[in-house]
Write a protein that binds this ligand. Sequence first.
Ligand code: PMP
Length: 441
Amino acid sequence: TLPPFDYTPKPYNGPLADEILQKRQKYLGPSLFHYYKKPLNIVEGKMQYLYDETGRRYLDAIAGIVTVSCGHCHPDVLNAITEQSKLLQHATTVYLHHAIADFAEALASKMPGNLKVVYFVNSGSEANELAMLMARVYTGNLGMIGLRNAYHGGTSGTIGLTGLGTWKYPIPQGNIHHVVNPDPYRGTFGSSPGGYAKDVQDHINYGTSGKVAGFIAETIQGAGGVVELAPGYLEMVYDIVRRAGGVCIADEVQTGFGRTGSHYWGFETQDVIPDIVTMAKGIGNGLPLGAVVTTPEIASVLAQKIQFNTFGGNPVCSAGGLAVLRVLDKEKRQAHCADVGSHILARLRSLKEERYENIGDVRGRGLMIGMDLTKDFKNKTPGTELAAEVFERLRDVGVLVGKGGLHGNVIRIKPPMCITKEDADFLVDAIDHVLATAKNR
Ligand code: PMP
């Protein structure tokens, strides 16, 4: 059973899962995206836990896809957005509002180097869309380089940057080059960065005029299956891209705000400073919020046109985002991610070494963890059916995880940053139990 938790969910009298599913199928657009076989109706959330329509509690080990950073309905965030909502929900970002300015100041103080100019938007896709626009306007070039396993968004521009095949539409995408993924476990060139970096140079040499607008990468790939880029890769590639006139964009939508434990930003794990940083998800603890941070020099080219976003930096989202930054500092969540994350990683690694050949790889940092399941350990054949079974059966024992990777064979563990060590042990015990009894091993 789950560790004790002192909270009683409110009685739920709303519509039940089957009824909601019927409406969803009738009125919401269809999607290939996986649901649990038996639909799950989540009605309440409290810190690292979620409650379904029956009042059953689940350990949330995916945080609404790495979005709930502080914890579901964290009291400080709730208070900030409630108080701001009572005063002013929206006017226009053309007027002044202290919440927006305070939030921008707080965010800029978290950035290294000359990254001091903030733009607020409403999602990760929008952040990357704006970053691509900046890169193209600033450099006067069109070509963008991205990684084959990347996810950068679902808008018509960012779907082009996205490399992961499951998300892409077969429509023409000009001027976007996808390079070999620097994946130490499954990548063509193993864990050393040279071959992967050379592929970037080759794309520039043979696929462009020799000039590019920019390069974008998640510093640890999320949807692609928690892939840490080969060590040293970004340093080499940033150099190549800058020599070709391009700017370097770090997509921190999943990796930022201390989740990696070792650093506040994912790019710091590769010892680089990007020219543009995009963020979303964890920045708002569930509010629709994203941001782009860049240098005054790059920002100055956008000043030649009106740069406007109706909702970006809306007072309620800004008040919430500022509260998130404060909570993460006050509660020392980065150190906590390092501590609990290394505990989970160590325990999963001993399951891999001592018990389950099907665990091909355990990777990640802090509370951004992937378990790559295989059918055949030696050949690294993806264990897609096994991952699907583990995903479903973890839900049955009260744990919600994510799935990812090109073959859907990576179990993703990215809980709210307030998960406790007891929760972590429960999670690993649950994985152990499910793997021990899995049919698809
Ligand atoms: N970048 C990354 C790394 C992401 O994981 C996502 C969302 N999964 C996005 C961008 C797009 O963010 P959004 O869904 O908020 O548009």
